[in-house]
Design a protein around this ligand. Structure first.
Ligand code: MN
Length: 199
């Protein structure tokens, strides 16, 4: 079995002006594609070849670091494309909003926490909204680590993620990561987060 690079669920220019077409195209066809190819090469002929990506990540400490990096990169970007939408933005609703109010005090309280996690992750990594032990938690991970991994500080179900690697924003925003994070809220796909909460 080998993992496939899925198409984006929208056109490369669909998230403009918040995320530009060139960034999306390079991010998908170069970065995500490379993680996918590298992962397939690394698992070929090993027991990991017969596992789902989730199973590989849940036991990632058993594998060489290349599988951690590229398996994480493959999985995280699969999630990320679906956490963005040209019809996104606004606020969550229903059960998710209720959970956010309960665990963060308010939507604004959540947004502040997630923004801080994304802004203060030093170097390359991700900010996450995770369901962990029945509660919603904001966390961040270095490199391509994620909350499915047995080595993660906070383990749980990812409900939302933001890629804060420079490759995700540098062409349009250069060093202005806070501007990219602010723009993200205009294309965030709450419907996907709500779906994963009910999962
Ligand atoms: Mn990326």
């Amino acid at each position: 079995m080998s993992f496939k690079l899925a198409d984006l669920p929208y056109a490369y220019d669909a998230l403009e002006p918040y995320i530009d077409a060139r960034t999306m195209e390079i991010h998908h066809t170069k970065h995500h594609a490379a993680y996918t190819t590298n992962l397939n090469n690394l698992i070929a002929g090993t027991d990991a070849e017969n596992l789902t990506i989730e199973k590989i990540l849940e036991g990632v400490s058993k594998y060489p670091v290349g599988i951690r990096n590229n398996g994480g990169g493959f999985y995280n970007h699969n999630l990320f494309w679906n956490f963005l939408s040209p019809n996104g933005g606004g606020k969550p609703s229903g059960e998710l909003l209720k959970a956010i109010d309960t665990d963060f005090g308010s939507y604004d309280g959540f947004k502040e926490k997630f923004t801080a996690a994304a802004a203060t992750r030093f170097g390359s990594g991700w900010a996450w909204l995770v369901k962990a032990g029945g509660k919603l938690v904001v966390t961040s991970t270095p490199n391509q680590d994620n909350p499915l991994m047995d080595i993660a500080d906070v383990k749980g179900t990812p409900l939302l993620a933001l890629d804060v690697w420079e490759h995700a924003y540098y062409l349009n925003y250069q060093n202005r990561r806070p501007d990219y994070i602010a723009a993200f809220w205009n294309v965030v796909n709450w419907a996907e987060a709500e779906k994963r909460l009910k999962g």
